[in-house]
Design a protein around this ligand. Sequence first.
Ligand code: DQQ
Length: 505
Amino acid sequence: NDMLSWQRTSFHFQPQENWMNDPNGPLFHMGWYHLFYQYNPDSAIWGNITWGHAISRDLINWLHLPFAMQPDQWYDINGVWTGSATILPDGKIVMLYTGDTDDLVQVQNLAYPANLSDPLLLNWIKYPDNPVMFPPPGIGSTDFRDPTTAWIGPDGKWRLTIGSKVNKTGISLMYRTTDFISYELLDEILHAVPGTGMWECVDFYPVSVTEANGLDTSVNGPGVKHVLKSSLDDDKHDYYALGTYDPIKDKWTPDNPELDVGIGLRLDYGKYYASKTFYDQDKKRRLLWGWIGETDSETTDLLKGWASVQSIPRTVVFDKKTGTNILQWPIKEVESLRSGSYEIDDVELKPGSLVPLKISSAAQLDIVASFEVDEEAFKGTFEADASYNCTASTGVDGSSKTYFCADQSRSSTASDVGKGVYGSDVPVLHGEKLSMRLLVDHSIVESFAQGGRTVITSRVYPTRAIYSAARVFLFNNATGVSVTASVKAWQMASANLKPFPFDQL
Ligand code: DQQ
């Protein structure tokens, strides 16, 4: 079916077929980026979870490799679930992952590459005495999963944290180890937030408040804040907060308790979950991967034969201008796919106007745009479009807020797909224009406002706006304000995703 095959993406990471979910154990080793991922080899629906594996030189073009780990031991027979990599100072790689046991208990297991000098890291050994961690007393046997990358504390011991819950309070347990075989559960937890439920895929890492580069996971000290991220099982969104980590007490404290993990900022206000960062020691940056699921029906996924993609990796830095959020931005490498740009500058959009852009094909695009509203006409409040639930409005303190939204309501004529309006507010500081970047890849739109302060990922399943009917328009739905817009757009080439075996590297 033409319409369904058009939906398959061209420059996002995807397996050749079937189901994928969380990114697992990303790392850089001997010139190659490695991505592992939750994979069902048998179907386009979740199940039989196996670790898929792919490598890349540039995080855009990939070589698919054989599975890294399969559910074949009593301690992971019901699924080789999510895990993280830690690179030790001597270069050894430690992989910790959750296994769903023959008894449906969640345990943590250790694995390592059979041959560290293999750049492909083709073979993985599961530690013969797995599991290395069982759910501790007081923790439900199905509430103990997704170990983080480990970091070194001031006492030279490794630490890691694992999400869980007690009643409805989401928590992150702290463990200490020296050998990754035996672990000490600390009395104190890293952090807890009442009402947030089970914490999945906790991510915990430092960001520099002064430097532009990313930080390795063990870095701490003056000028460093720590991001704590949790994927809330109850509402399937990734939440984060900025705070301070005390490495002696192993406690993390949010900068703003009102914007604590799970009740404040989201990494992405669209379809995006179970994300994970890693430190790219080659380019000295922290990179974020996230699982972009489908918002169509399972029946359609089975028809398509595939479900889910990974986001374009994003660099993560602290936002020095606001001081209250991180910035996420698509990695530079994605720009290598750009060609044939289209540009339009300072076009005035009168209220109610619609301007079609002369972009021949709109299936694969990278778009940057900025908008200016006449300050005089914009006296604090105006309705951008009364039918959205996502209008500009006035904050309690009288200051105006800018909303950034993705309206999917007219994206498809299909009845069994998500067509909601995603959105949130985005800080637009004095002297800044409203700016955005959109990565369009068939059924995916990743959108970034104000350099990545607010991010929204959508899945869209157009039934009519496909092939040459897919177009780009600029419009202004305001009633009384003109907007001046500038746009630059590039066609995006398709990435190369090669099946295994491949002839040569
Ligand atoms: N996915 C994995 C779990 C994790 C969940 C299972 C999050 O380890 O908690 O596929 O999407």
